[in-house]
Design a protein around this ligand. Structure first.
Ligand code: KIV
Length: 302
């Protein structure tokens, strides 16, 4: 019977070792980065390898985004992902992170019902998955109340205005927001309400660059943009979008830094070809047995 010392079994993955030269990101450090005009880098992660990539790149913030619904779970929208699923993903991310601040996205349905529900979900993200902060979408009075309640319970909250994918149906579809003076003014007032509620940072998603530029001097907390142009304090992209682990190009604001879906497809296809052509496994992939033992086995079996 195999045991954990059996050399055939791969060793259990260690937790990622910390880099002693790097300071963990904290809320005061984040504010300092904004003060210095030092761009803040945020990326999403959903598992151990994506967390390791974020850690190795030295990003400042990692969001376990509810975009996991589409990027890793295969849904066509973010709304179906459950809190339980987010917790599983966030725990895996936690094992790969040391220095970036880890933010857990509260999924649709986990905070809308009441402030109590929102606090309960945020507590689970912190206690069961090791998140250091949570994010929620929207700046209408209900979302502001949820943010204030969670902050009151001692958990930092990141707000999110502009295109809020969880409520994109109500917003008229997956499209840029704030393209009229009235709509942009609403986004401004939502951002300021979330700031007043005590959010430590905001995401501006899919709004015109010129609108973001107008809002930035009015917002004191760090703002991370996605499809909001260059004026924000930092930028975030979805891990799978920036690495090309998806079909199609994605939204206009995505810049693709790799084509990993193509590489993955090619790798699996090459493996399949090798197996069918009996090129895999080669001798270097096999285990040996002492010839005497083999002869004895042969006798026993016959
Ligand atoms: O879920 C997510 O990935 C997000 C980012 C786009 C900010 O909310």
């Amino acid at each position: 019977m195999s045991s954990h010392t059996d050399p055939i079994l791969p060793a259990a993955l260690p937790q990622a070792p910390p880099d002693p030269g790097r300071l963990p990101m904290t809320l005061p450090l984040l504010i300092e980065k904004k003060r210095l005009g030092d761009p803040i880098v945020m990326v999403t992660a959903y598992d151990y390898p994506s967390a390791r990539a974020a850690e190795a790149a030295g990003v400042d913030l990692v969001l376990v985004g509810d975009s996991a619904a589409t990027t890793v779970l295969g849904h066509s929208a973010t709304t179906p992902v459950a809190l339980e699923e987010m917790l599983v993903l966030a725990r895996a991310v936690r094992r790969g992170l040391h220095t970036p601040l880890m933010i857990g996205d509260l999924p649709f349905g986990s905070y809308e019902v009441s402030d109590e529900q929102a606090i309960g979900s945020a507590l689970r993200m912190v206690k069961e998955a090791g998140c250091e902060a949570v994010k929620l979408e929207g700046g209408r009075p209900a979302s502001v109340s949820r943010a204030r309640a969670i902050i009151g319970a001692g958990i930092p909250v990141m707000g999110h205005v502009g295109l809020t994918p969880q409520t994109s149906t109500a917003l008229g579809g997956w499209k840029a927001q704030g393209r009229t003076a009235g709509a942009a003014a609403r986004i401004a007032s939502e951002a300021l309400e979330l700031q007043r509620a005590g959010c430590f940072a905001l995401v501006f998603e899919a709004i015109p660059s010129a609108v973001a530029e107008e809002l930035m001097p009015r917002v004191e907390i760090p703002v991370i943009g996605i499809g909001a142009g260059p004026a924000t304090d930092g930028q975030v992209l979805v891990f799978h979008d920036l690495l090309g682990i998806r079909d199609g190009l994605g939204p206009r604001f995505v810049k693709r830094y790799a084509n990993l879906q193509e590489e993955m497809n090619a790798g699996v296809a090459a493996f399949a070809e090798d197996v069918r052509a009996r090129r895999y496994p080669g001798p270097e992939h096999t285990y040996s047995i002492d010839p005497g033992e083999l002869a004895q086995l042969h006798r026993r079996l016959s």
